[in-house]
Design a protein around this ligand. Structure first.
Ligand SMILES: [Zn+2]
Length: 280
C-alpha cells in the first residue's frame, strides 16, 4: 500500500519567526501589516487542487486577530492544532510559562474551531533534551500528540538519538504520541529534510528524496512549511545580512516546489494519516 504522508503548516506571520526575535518586540507585532493570507491562499489552493488535507499548527496570537482563518481551515477539512500563543521557544519559556501559553492558545483555537485541539508543535522545534517536562505538561493538559522533535543534530534544535518513526512518550498523566519531522538517511547520517529552510534553500531533491525513501519503506513522511515562505512580496525587515539570507532566499520558488511534491504523493492531516488508521 502506498503511504499517505503528512502535510503540516506552521501558521505564523513573517514577523513571528525566531530569527527576527532579537529585532522585533512582540509588543509591536500589531504595527506590522498582516501577510499571512497571501501564503495561506496559495497553500490552500495547492492542497485543494490535489484533494490533499493537512494539519495547521496555528499561533494563538494570530488566530485571535484573524478568526476567519480558522473557520476556513476547518471548512476545507484540514486539522487545526496549536503552535503556542506567543510563538516562543518551549526551552526558553520553562514549565510554568509553557503551560500558560499552551492553555491560552488552545482556548482560542477551540473556541474558533468548535472542536477539541489535541496536537501541538513547538516553535523552532524547541522540545529537546532540555525539556523532558514538556511531554508531561502536554499530557496533563489533555493533548494527544506532539510534532516537535527533529531526530537530527542541529545547532539550535534536534534530538539526534530520537526515533525516526512515530513513538509514544509515556508520562504519569498519560501518553503523548510523538510525530518526528522527516529526515533523509544519507551517507550514514540523518539530515533534516522535512521542509522549511531545507526545502527552500537547498535543492528540491533533498525533500523529494526523503519522501520517496519513506514511501519505499511504507512509512509516512512529515513535511512542514510556513505561509510566509510562499510570500515573495512580504515587507523586507531591516535585519543583519545573514538573517536576511536565511529568511528571504528562495521565496519565489517555494510554491512550485510544493505543487510538484503534492502532484507526486498523497498527503493528509495527522488525524487522517495516523489516528484514523489506528481507529480502523
Ligand atoms: Zn513557528
Amino acid at each position: 500500500m502506498t503511504a499517505t504522508h503528512v502535510f503540516s503548516v506552521d501558521v505564523e506571520e513573517y514577523f513571528h519567526v525566531q530569527a527576527f526575535e532579537p529585532y522585533i518586540d512582540a509588543q509591536t507585532w500589531e504595527s506590522f501589516p498582516s501577510r499571512v493570507d497571501v501564503g495561506l491562499d496559495l497553500l490552500l489552493d495547492a492542497l485543494a487542487a490535489g484533494h490533499h488535507r493537512g494539519t495547521f499548527f496555528v499561533v494563538g496570537w494570530l488566530a485571535e486577530r484573524r478568526p476567519h482563518m480558522i473557520r476556513r481551515l476547518i471548512d476545507a477539512g484540514h486539522e487545526v492544532a496549536s503552535h503556542g500563543y506567543w510563538h516562543r521557544r518551549v526551552d526558553v519559556l520553562g514549565p510554568h510559562q509553557f503551560r500558560e501559553d499552551l492553555r491560552r492558545s488552545r482556548a482560542i483555537l477551540e473556541q474558533l474551531a468548535g472542536t477539541a485541539i489535541t496536537g501541538f508543535r513547538a516553535p523552532s522545534f524547541s522540545i529537546n533534551a532540555h525539556t523532558p517536562w514538556a511531554f508531561e505538561i502536554l499530557a496533563e493538559e489533555g493533548f494527544q500528540y506532539d510534532s516537535s522533535v527533529f531526530p537530527a543534530r542541529r545547532p539550535s534544535f534536534g534530538i539526534p538519538e530520537s526515533a525516526v518513526m512515530p513513538y509514544d512518550v509515556p508520562s504519569a498523566s498519560g501518553v503523548i504520541r510523538e510525530f518526528p519531522l522527516t529526515t533523509l538517511r544519507w551517507l550514514g547520517a540523518r539530515w533534516p529534510a522535512a521542509g522549511g529552510n531545507y526545502w527552500r534553500q537547498l535543492p528540491a531533491a533533498l525533500v523529494e528524496a526523503a519522501v520517496a525513501q519513506h514511501e519505499r519503506e511504507g512509512h509516512s513522511a512529515m513535511i512542514y512549511v510556513h505561509p510566509w515562505e510562499l510570500d515573495a512580496g512580504q515587507p523586507r525587515l531591516d535585519v543583519p545580512g545573514i538573517v536576511k539570507l536565511r529568511h528571504y532566499r528562495g521565496l519565489a520558488r517555494m510554491e512550485g516546489r510544493i505543487r510538484r511534491l503534492l502532484s507526486h504523493h498523497r498527503f493528509g492531516s495527522i488525524r487522517d494519516v495516523h489516528f484514523a488508521a489506528r481507529a480502523a
